[in-house]
Design a protein around this ligand. Structure first.
Ligand code: HEM
Length: 128
């Protein structure tokens, strides 16, 4: 039986970094997402690289610097609707396509992000 290989090892630091930079380029240009994000996404991307590294089974870089992720709580200041969750996932899907992320790891990672994005929804469309 093949040994379990965390997704982070399959993707690698460089490709993950490329994915996240490409992703935030799209987030910053998306009409539903841009208004709730800072204009300068450098720090957001830096934190997301740390988070994704550990999310995919790599070293716990995010927790080392920021403590427990508590992702849903950290997102509460921002109105996250179903529309925004879909937009977030669309940006991610397009970024994965653009950087040619390998299919097997792409599918697994995307499925996990669908679940996490769903969990971040904290607002209805009327209140956003
Ligand atoms: C931070 C929006 C889903 C991980 C943020 C911020 C916003 C945001 C507005 C704050 C940016 C800043 O001030 O720098 C959204 C929306 C989502 C979503 C609309 C749609 C569902 C996710 C998902 C993940 C994630 C699925 C992880 C898999 C993070 C992380 C941060 C962050 C790690 C940085 C937290 C920190 O400040 O330490 N997000 N997010 N987000 N998001 Fe999301």
């Amino acid at each position: 039986m093949a040994a379990f290989k965390p997704s982070f090892d399959q993707i690698g630091e460089e490709k993950l970094s490329e994915l996240i930079d490409t992703f935030y380029g799209k987030v910053g240009a998306h009409p539903d997402l841009a208004p709730i994000f800072p204009d300068d996404l450098t720090e957001t991307a830096r934190k997301q690289k740390q988070f994704m590294t550990q999310f995919l089974g790599g070293p716990p870089l995010y927790t080392e610097e920021h403590g427990h992720p508590r992702l849903r709580a950290r997102h509460l200041p921002f109105p996250i609707t179903e529309t925004r969750a879909k937009a977030w996932l669309l940006c991610m899907d397009e970024a994965m396509e653009e950087i040619n992320l390998e299919n097997n790891v792409r599918q697994e990672m995307f499925q996990r992000l669908v679940v996490t994005a769903q969990h971040m929804i904290n607002n209805t469309e009327e209140n956003s």
